[in-house]
Design a protein around this ligand. Sequence first.
Ligand SMILES: *[C@@H]1O[C@H](CO)[C@@H](O)[C@H](O)[C@H]1NC(C)=O
Length: 199
Amino acid sequence: MFSISKIFTAAVIASSFLVGNAVAQPRPTKSVSPFVAQLIEYRTPLAYSTVIERLDAQVNKTGALTFVTKFRAAKTREEQRSLIADITQGRNFLYFSEANHQKWLDIYFPDVSHPGGTIYTLGNPTFAADIIPLDYSTSINIPLRFMILEQVDRSGTRIMYHQPSSIFAPFNKRDRQLQTYIKSLDTGFADLFEGIIGY
Ligand SMILES: *[C@@H]1O[C@H](CO)[C@@H](O)[C@H](O)[C@H]1NC(C)=O
């Protein structure tokens, strides 16, 4: 199919010949790779505020709030590792950021009472240091994200995320070590949420 951009590119290449610049640049490429992701969802009768409170404790939100600034300023690996160890205290993940959709929706639609809904990102750079060098493309999923959602009728809370091993599936399938690290993220997520809701 002819597209405007192809015709335009052809014109640019032709004109570069005309001005005596015969070096044709390689064409840009695009690839599309479908993959099947698994959506994991836990439901609990626990109140949204209780789930958030337990989660924030598990990922040490308070301690982690200044993490990014300190981590950027760290000058050595030892410094980086000690910042992480100080926040995680043996737990797997630490808090990075959140997007609270209830807050802005309550302002945008002031007459509606919205259920709680927060997207968190969390991770652990010591895990990422194992994973990323094995395939830099894996970084698209790092840090990991998940959602805590209050039931619309306030009867409880849902926790939703994409199974890490499923969203990392397009990357370096033959690397056993990478697969092992990524499987441990599945376990880490399950342990975190199952601990919080007592599954
Ligand atoms: C949370 O992180 C801070 C470091 O910012 C640390 O001092 C504190 O002990 C951590 N708390 C827990 C419960 O791990």
